[in-house]
Design a protein around this ligand. Sequence first.
Ligand code: AMP
Ligand code: GLY
Length: 425
Amino acid sequence: MNILLLGSGGREHALAWKIQKSSLLNNLYIAPGNAGTASLGTNVEINVTDFTAMKQFSLNHDIDMIVVGPEVPLVEGIYDYFHKDEDLCHIAVIGPSKKGAQLEGSKDFAKRFMTSYDIPTARFKTVTLENLTDGNVFLDSLQAPYVLKADGLAAGKGVLILNNLDEAKQSLLEMLNGKFGMASRSVVIEEFLSGIECSVFVLTDGKSYKILPVAKDYKRIGEGDTGLNTGGMGAVSPVSFADDLFMEKVRIRIVEPTIEGLQKEKIEYKGFIFVGLINVGDEPKVIEYNVRMGDPETEVVLPLIKSDLLELLIAVATETLDEKILEIDDRCAVTVMMVSGGYPGAYEKGKPIEGLNDIEDRLVFHAGTKSVGEKIVTSGGRVLSVTSYGKTMDEALGISYKNITKIDFENSYFRKDIGFDLNKM
Ligand code: AMP
Ligand code: GLY
């Protein structure tokens, strides 16, 4: 198989690492990739939304499958673009159709889908400038805090949580007037749910599914989950509270109806579903769907999958996933993200990274790096994700933290408390 993998973060380095282990692989190309993916395949200078360039490349290099890392190409319809072109329709695209990608591309679509199929989630109302009054009445009916979500994609920044009713009404108006551009011309107002979150990943061929190891990510920049939201500062898997009983509820109340709903709506979906869950008094409720793997969750989920990922992806493409067995490692995996000082605000790039060859018993996934001559330098806010295994979460964390001290770049920062909340439970 010749594979084209789209994306350039730690998630894609982890996907490349796992795909590269498969005996079914011939050539792996990553567009655009990073310094880490370059050691596993060939990086290609193609933007993830440049479908025309991708078409040419795929035909020239005999690509058999496109594995899509980030959501934007999916929401823009890469699946349909390949599927509907007679020169390209033999190429499998791992990801949903454009309609399926609306589960992430439109919060309103996702909420309506959940309502239709009785999938537990927060009460909501969708508002535009036309029915602003209804929105304010709905806000009056809720208790603080108030959750406002831009309907469309807003690079992970489109959710506001306000403690005060007047502020919530003011923010609602600002959002509808374009605070997040077109994405917030329509806003989903939600009841606030209180609990601890986790990320459940499902691989589906549209008919059957496999639930991958459960993970928890740590989104805030500061220790104790304080400060600004980031792309993710670390992750752990498995998650102590997501025990067999909880996961059975997730399977029956959320995963099964989601797959059935996709079938009933005739939505083509051959890829990953990421269900963002919150545990409210031992009852799982859906916070959001994403139509891709999470980052940095992928950097712990894939290392725990013992099965050949490429074999599973081929089964997804050929709708034979039910014939495959998913083998899971029984260890814990954790990842700790090293970021550039200043992130998620302004930060400097181009800092040489030292010590990458000195570390043991770990996997280092590159998130924002590039090669300059012989050196690897920083090229993003999130720079490296250091993953380790252990018999326990704490043992794995000890290894990641020991190794992180051996890696150095100017102004690096990482959270020293990944997993802190799970130990208290
Ligand atoms: P989303 O982009 O929908 O995942 O929202 C971003 C973050 O906002 C989530 O990871 C939660 O931490 C928080 N959040 C979203 N919706 C709710 C809700 N209804 N109740 C409590 N927290 C929420
Ligand atoms: N870690 C959350 C995400 O990938 O959206």
